[in-house]
Design a protein around this ligand. Structure first.
Ligand SMILES: [Zn+2]
Ligand SMILES: [Zn+2]
Ligand SMILES: [Zn+2]
Length: 201
């Protein structure tokens, strides 16, 4: 069974419900009006790039940041990731060459989210590679200001002092995570420590 997040009350409901069980939101009408018919396809906001990745076990249907419906793409998550990775073809090699590092060191740097990786990729591509990719994918709707505004909102902060100077222990990373593409939440990070106040969580 596929679950969705009700665009109005944000509760998790079955995708087949005609109306939200909690608030009466007309789900099927919304899906139809938004052109969402296959929840197995990738669903995202083509304005700010927010992904409806169903991390809470449910598909988001509305972008909270832009306050507009998510868009269903023609392809699924895997195909989307592949397209993005294809757009990075040869980039890792160039980064290693420019920074004078080997594959092992590159992986280490990605794991600790070393900013030099994205800086170097940005230099080589002439812009943030993920932003360039999104702009190519959604030329008429993508808005760099919305993308950057949302990203800034999603920067993790120390729960105690609010500092962004945090040392993360990464449980799982990938090229995508290094791009900041995956939302920084839901158990991706564990045993974090605030460099500013020393708080651990
Ligand atoms: Zn609802
Ligand atoms: Zn958005
Ligand atoms: Zn702190």
């Amino acid at each position: 069974m596929v679950y969705v997040i009700c665009p109005r009350c944000k509760k998790r409901i079955g995708s087949y419900e005609i109306e939200c069980l909690f608030c009466g939101f007309p789900l099927q009408t919304y899906l139809q009006d938004s052109g969402i018919e296959d929840l197995k396809k990738k669903i995202m906001c083509t304005r700010c790039g927010k992904q409806s990745n169903g991390l809470a076990g449910a598909v988001e249907l509305k972008c909270d940041y832009c306050d507009i419906p998510m868009v269903q793409l023609m392809y699924n998550d895997q195909e989307f990731s592949k397209m993005y990775n294809d757009s990075l073809n040869g980039l890792a090699e160039k980064v290693m060459e420019n920074l004078g590092i080997d594959t092992l060191e590159l992986e280490r740097m990605i794991q600790r989210k070393d900013p030099r990786i994205i800086e170097e990729m940005t230099r080589i591509k002439g812009g943030n590679p993920y932003v360039i990719f999104l702009k190519q994918q959604f030329p008429s709707t993508f808005d760099i200001n919305a993308f950057e505004g949302r990203e800034a909102q999603e920067i993790p902060r120390c729960p105690k002092c609010g500092s962004t100077n945090i040392k993360f222990n990464l449980e799982f990373v990938s090229w995508m995570a290094a791009q900041g593409q995956e939302p920084i939440s839901d158990g991706v990070f564990k045993d974090n420590k605030c460099v500013n106040c020393g708080f651990k969580w």
